[in-house]
Design a protein around this ligand. Sequence first.
Ligand code: HEC
Ligand code: HEC
Length: 284
Amino acid sequence: MQVKSVGVYGLVFGLALGGFAVADPVDDVLVIDEELQITTRTNSVEGHPLPEVISGWHYRSDETRALEADSFDNPGMLGVEDGESIWHKVEGTKGNSCASCHNDAAVSMKGVGARYPKWDEKSQRPINIEGQINACRVENMDAEPYPFDKGGQKPLTAYIKHQSLGMPVEIDLSEGDMQQWWDDGKETYYKRTGQLNLSCAGCHEQNNGKNIRADHLSQGNVNGFPTYRLKQNKLISLHNRFRGCIRDTRAEFPPAFSDVLMGLEVYTTWRSTGLSVETPAVRQ
Ligand code: HEC
Ligand code: HEC
């Protein structure tokens, strides 16, 4: 069968999205280790296009949801443990580890991951946890910054975010130029790109709940990152996920931590406001 370029769009929506039954997000409650209640559905923040924000957890299978409910079974917790040992490791020429200055992460990092990305005066742009780790490595340890997704970047990010497990995502748009980055991120979110002419909103806002290529489309919330993906058997960073989603539309994908993806991180984190931090979430 020959598919003309016009047909590709119809093929994706016709076969993959339209052709399958819409499956509602599963009605279930996430309590981790039978003690920590996680907010996985909540009223959305003012100005949000959807009435309710729903965690990606509700769109996964029974088995996958169960893995996240038990921190012993959650394979992402191995990454968090790696992060903990890196936290205590001396690196760089100043003889410091993260713990030399920040001591017990359970105290010093509690709530921090829930508030990022935030405005960074020094670089005059938003900074995420990965960026803050690198800033501390360079300025406070005299160590090399981690390249994207390399070295301790994912485990340390997971370790720091995990200290906010269960706390609501809430970022501050009033500092510096955060509002401008939000605007730019929103523009990216609604911009149709690639051969499939799809925007983030085309999948995650207009078609969440539908099935695409054996995957149940969620709202694309960011509260669980880095997440453990069973398909890839490892922790996946947020910017890797962004790039994967953009690549799936057959568009050129921008570099990690570029202005485009930082704007997208600001905007999508705002969309996830009120959901609990789930790091490390478990996904398909
Ligand atoms: C020599 C001391 C020092 C070392 C070593 C150090 N930091 Fe920092 N860190 C700071 C200071 C100072 C700040 C800025 C003040 C603040 O926000 O607490 C900071 C801020 C941070 C923040 C942001 C906190 C917030 O509330 O926004 C994170 C996250 C962080 N550091 C992580 C790390 C990690 C991870 C390491 C190890 C790779 C590390 N730091 C090593 C001194 C240090
Ligand atoms: C062709 C459809 C499609 C497009 C377009 C798309 N995504 Fe996705 N995205 C998916 C699928 C499928 C998944 C995996 C299942 C799920 O959670 O929705 C996913 C997952 C995600 C997740 C992880 C959600 C979680 O709970 O772990 C995020 C975040 C995300 N996408 C963001 C984006 C952003 C930002 C864009 C625009 C740059 C985008 N996506 C564009 C299909 C798409």
